[in-house]
Structures are given as C-alpha cells and as structure tokens.
Design a protein around this ligand. Structure first.
Ligand SMILES: [Zn+2]
Length: 51
C-alpha cells in the first residue's frame, strides 16, 4: 500500500506527488518504518496467507 508521500519541506505526509502546501516534490518516506503499524499489518496478512 502506498498512499502517503513524505514532504521534506514541511516534514509531513501528503497524498500528492507534489506537496500542495510547500510545492515541494514529495517522495517515499525516508525513515524505513514511517508506518510501523501498517508494516506489521502487512506482515501479519502475508503470514496468514490472506494476500
Ligand atoms: Zn509540505
């Protein structure tokens, strides 16, 4: 799942490729565990073979 991008200009997440607030190019989050909850959920789903 990838719906959030990271805006380095404002240090926040955005849904757009380009941050509408800072007009900066948003990219995938630099911290590998920007959403540990989601990562765990994905791992759990895979472990259970639902996906
Ligand atoms: Zn921004």
């Amino acid at each position: 799942m990838k719906w959030m991008k990271w805006c380095p200009a404002g240090s926040h997440y955005t849904l757009s490729e380009v941050c509408p607030i800072h007009h900066a190019a948003a990219s995938n989050p630099h911290p590998p565990k920007f959403n540990p909850k989601d990562k765990n959920g994905e791992g759990r789903r895979k472990a259970k073979g639902i996906e």
